[in-house]
Ligand binder design. Structure first.
Ligand code: HSE
Length: 430
């Protein structure tokens, strides 16, 4: 064995401290797997007094100086957010260091430029931990499936919202009650906006879509709806048709006349309980892939937490360390396909709609007429009568999302419709 490879750790929160502990506990195995020992050169934090577990001589508040130090070979970035992470990463590349990151927001925003900077410097940028925590997902897309054509990648990539929706299904609770429980148990953060409103899932969807379709996709290309408007009635309606409600990150290649495009969206949807993703309960994550040659694949596991996320970080660290020992850089990303982003309005979706209507002749015909007027074909209609009122439950065939949402707007204004009580997209229903 030769001289140690020296690692700069940026950030020492839940994930960073798990990385430090595993680096120490597994030092001998890691050295044997890499061919050289790995040593921590320094840990950059904002408040050194808050990290009594880290040897004092390793702590620094000067992250910029740490990433460019001559005795640092590799950088692990687990501070998150756009700045200063972006500047630090670029400084590390310019100084010839490979970077392992867990930063989904930064990679979703600026992945292409960061990869270009890494390639220019001849170093690696790996970020398995940025999407679905411990689940090996990005390396399979970037490497194992690089010889295949991907059609669709559908993920449950946010554990907080999956926990909330799972509890709503199990207990019949509304969103607010399930969120309060998730907060009490530590599954939801004090400010749950990033999770509940789908920002976290949208960043992950952009990263998945970029790798799956060899196209630059950023978070701003992703259509996003969160789960705060999902009601107990939506969940009950889903159960009536053998479905469950999940927050899905859907990345798909859509054929159109002029050529293919990429549609990326995050929204709650009903999926059949027979779909593999329906069995993903609690705070677990999973990603379902449909490829031309491979067929259907499913990746499942823990999407968050210190140790599961540290496992992905260490896997990347071993990969970039091996590359460093071999004197090579690993694969970057390719964006040669340059598929245009398809707006949600033009993306084909299906809706499940519940309406309260007057139960009298002609109402069903008037409602059906409105769907027809918008060019939306109805797949099934169920009516539950009660007195002079009735509930209509309609599932559509697939249509451009704009036509479906225009239909809902029109239904809300029809005198025969007393209320549109539930509207949710449906995925995976035959
Ligand atoms: N907050 C995320 C989740 C984990 O709830 O899954 C980190 O991306």
């Amino acid at each position: 064995m030769t001289a140690p490879l020296r690692v700069a750790l940026l950030g020492c929160g839940t994930v960073g401290s798990a990385v430090l502990r595993l680096l120490d506990e597994q030092a001998d195995d890691l050295a044997a797997r890499i061919g050289r020992p790995v040593e921590v050169a320094g840990v950059a934090v904002r408040r050194p007094d808050r990290h009594p577990e880290v040897p004092a001589h390793l702590l620094t508040t000067d992250a910029q100086a740490l990433v460019t130090r001559d005795d640092v070979d590799l950088v692990v970035e687990v501070i998150g957010g756009i700045e200063p992470a972006r500047t630090l990463m670029l400084a590390a590349f310019a100084a010839g260091k490979s970077v392992v990151s867990a930063n989904k927001a930064l990679l979703a925003d600026d992945g292409v430029a960061l990869h270009a900077a890494a390639a220019e410097a001849g170093v690696d940028l790996y970020y398995e931990a940025a999407v679905a925590g411990a689940i090996p997902m990005l390396r399979p897309l970037r490497e194992s499936l690089a010889g295949d054509q991907l059609r669709r990648v559908v993920g449950i990539v946010n554990g907080t919202t999956n926990y909330i929706l799972s509890r709503m299904a199990e207990t019949g609770a509304g969103f607010a009650e399930a969120l309060a429980e998730a907060t009490d148990l530590g599954y939801a953060e004090a400010d749950p906006t990033a999770d509940v409103d789908g920002f976290d899932a949208a960043a992950k969807a952009a990263i998945l879509a970029s790798l799956a379709f060899h196209t630059a996709v950023t978070a701003s290309d992703v259509y996003r709806e969160g789960i705060s408007a999902v009601t107990a009635l939506d969940v009950a309606r889903a159960a009536e048709i053998g479905c469950t409600v999940k927050l899905l990150a859907i990345c798909e290649r859509v054929a159109n006349g002029a050529g293919d495009s990429v549609a990326v969206r995050v929204h709650p949807a009903m999926i059949p309980t027979t779909h593999p993703l329906a069995a993903v309960g609690g705070s677990f994550n999973a990603v379902f892939v449909e490829a031309e040659a491979a067929g259907e694949l499913m990746f499942y596991g823990r999407g968050a937490g210190g140790e599961p996320t540290a496992s992905a970080v260490l896997g990347d660290l071993v990969a970039v360390a091996r590359n460093r020992v071999a004197g090579v850089a690993g694969p970057g990303i390719t964006t040669y396909a340059e598929l245009p982003a398809r707006p949600i309005a033009e993306t084909p979706t299906r809706y499940h709609v519940s309406l309260d209507v007057a139960d009298k002749p002609g109402v069903l015909a008037t409602v059906a007429q409105e769907f027809a007027r918008q060019g939306v074909s109805i797949a099934t209609v169920r009516q539950d009568g009660h007195g002079d009122a009735a509930t209509l439950v309609i599932v559509t065939h697939s249509a451009p999302d704009a036509a479906l949402s225009a239909t809902i707007t029109a239904l809300r204004e029809m005198p025969a419709v007393r209320g549109v009580t539930s509207v949710l997209r449906v995925e995976g229903l035959s």
